[in-house]
Design a protein around this ligand. Structure first.
Ligand code: HEC
Length: 167
């Protein structure tokens, strides 16, 4: 009776070492999923800790996106837009090529090009409100959609182009 728990333990260990290759793979898969989750959470709350080596794989990806959102050089972007204000205005379609990388795929919950579902609640808010948010940035959306030389009017055209894509 007293030997029973020990006997069971040994048996379990045997079983584990037999299937150890499979379970190692499973552990790696689970680890990767957890790390991905932590990475995204860290990004969303933007409290991601670069010192944490465990999230390095994901931070590498996130880092590529993040700096765009952080470069909110307000003063120099004002200079940039006044500097280019004399240029001929680009069409919504042309400006959209700068927004495409996120809005084509809908990454980080960016409202997707052509998706009425994503755009309907935003269309309701009106383009002026959307333009204000697009200029200021929000969450994964970098200020001015990272198009620092885009004028407000060009951004408006690009937003209109996305809105029209849902019709
Ligand atoms: C780096 C990725 C990225 C790029 C580039 C980008 N966007 Fe976005 N955009 C987002 C994300 C993510 C959201 C969703 C933000 C949210 O609702 O939290 C968003 C939301 C928006 C919205 C809706 C804002 C709202 O109030 O719901 C507009 C309008 C918009 N983007 C316009 C643009 C335009 C115009 C460009 C190009 C000049 C652009 N975006 C480029 C990621 C991006």
């Amino acid at each position: 009776m007293y030997n029973m728990p020990e006997f069971n333990l040994i048996n379990k260990e045997d079983a584990m070492s037999q299937g150890s290759k499979g379970s190692t793979k499973l552990m790696i898969a689970i680890w990767a999923i957890i790390m991905l989750f932590i990475g995204f959470k860290a990004y969303n709350t933007s409290s991601h800790d670069p010192a944490n080596e465990n999230t390095q794989v994901d931070s590498a990806t996130l880092e590529r996106i993040k700096p765009i959102g952080e470069v909110s050089i307000d003063s120099s972007s004002a200079v940039a837009s006044t500097g280019t204000s004399n240029q001929t205005e680009r069409s919504g379609e042309q400006v959209y090529s700068k927004c495409q990388s996120c809005h084509d795929s809908g990454i980080m919950e960016a409202p997707k090009f052509g998706s009425l579902e994503d755009w309907a609640p935003r269309i309701e808010r009106g383009i002026d409100d959307l333009l204000m948010v697009a200029i200021a940035g929000k969450g994964g959306m970098p200020p001015k959609g990272a198009c620092m030389d885009c004028s407000d009017n060009e951004l408006r055209s690009a937003i209109q182009y996305m809105i029209d894509s849902t019709k």
